[in-house]
Design a binder for this molecule. Structure first.
Ligand code: IMP
Ligand code: MG
Length: 210
């Protein structure tokens, strides 16, 4: 794995993965058959999320507040770390709301049809949409269309971008990491409902994928 020390910009993750100096990411035996390797160690996630919190605080400075709208379920862990850092280390006040988007139906390829469900009323006009990963951009472009019709101001923050061509209408303001085009899990992301609780971002074994 490559050792990375600078998290002040979006980090480009090589296929071999990244970690902090002195970190020894490992995959527990229970997951050895399912998970190929660690792609982003928990230390790297922590460091990059800190920087994202201050980037976000600069953009929302005038508003003095931000409503973190988490795209369920995958964005949950990322948003919970990000929001606590915004509250702990910046002058912004925060709120929390949820929206649910589904398109994968337990497979590793998008179904193409994205369904949305607002699971709490989206408060205020200073919205930060928080999502785990963007692949084709279909989910995001649907969510952004939905917000554009309802809100004066919103920004989008994505933890992982696979760097593929994106659906029309897609835009992003904050990106955590650019990753290779592989199916990943952990830190809130799942494959068929599993692996969300793993602390690192990991690559799912291709033998499992359908
Ligand atoms: P898109 O609509 O093709 O951009 O796909 C984005 C959605 O698919 C995200 O909200 C994720 O829920 C899911 N997704 C895409 N790639 C992955 C992955 O590698 N691991 C887990 N979920 C993924
Ligand atoms: Mg998602």
């Amino acid at each position: 794995m490559k050792i990375v020390n600078n998290f002040s910009r979006t980090v480009a993750v090589p296929t071999e993965g990244i970690k902090l100096e002195g970190e020894e990411p490992c995959i527990r035996d229970k997951y050895k058959d399912d998970i190929e390797r660690v792609l982003i160690s928990k230390g790297c996630l922590r460091e990059r999320v800190k920087h994202l919190a201050s980037e976000i605080a600069n953009v929302f400075e005038k508003a003095k507040e931000v409503n973190c709208v988490v795209v369920l379920k995958g964005g949950m862990f990322f948003a919970s770390d990000l929001m606590r850092l915004i509250d702990d280390e910046t002058d912004l006040k925060t709120q929390l709301d949820f929206i649910q988007a589904s398109s994968y139906y337990n497979k590793s390829k998008t179904s193409g049809t994205v369904t949305l469900k607002e699971t709490s009323a989206l408060e205020g006009d200073n919205i930060l949409l928080i999502e785990d990963v963007v692949d084709t951009g279909k989910t995001m472009s649907k969510l952004q269309g939905y917000l554009r019709e309802r809100k004066k101001f919103f920004k989008t923050c994505i933890l992982l971008d696979k760097g593929l061509p994106k659906a029309p209408g897609f835009q992003v303001d904050f990106i955590g990491f650019n990753i290779p085009n592989e199916f990943v899990a952990g830190y809130g992301l799942d494959y068929a409902g599993k692996y969300r609780g793993m602390p690192d971002v990991v690559v799912v074994n291709k033998k499992l994928l359908e």
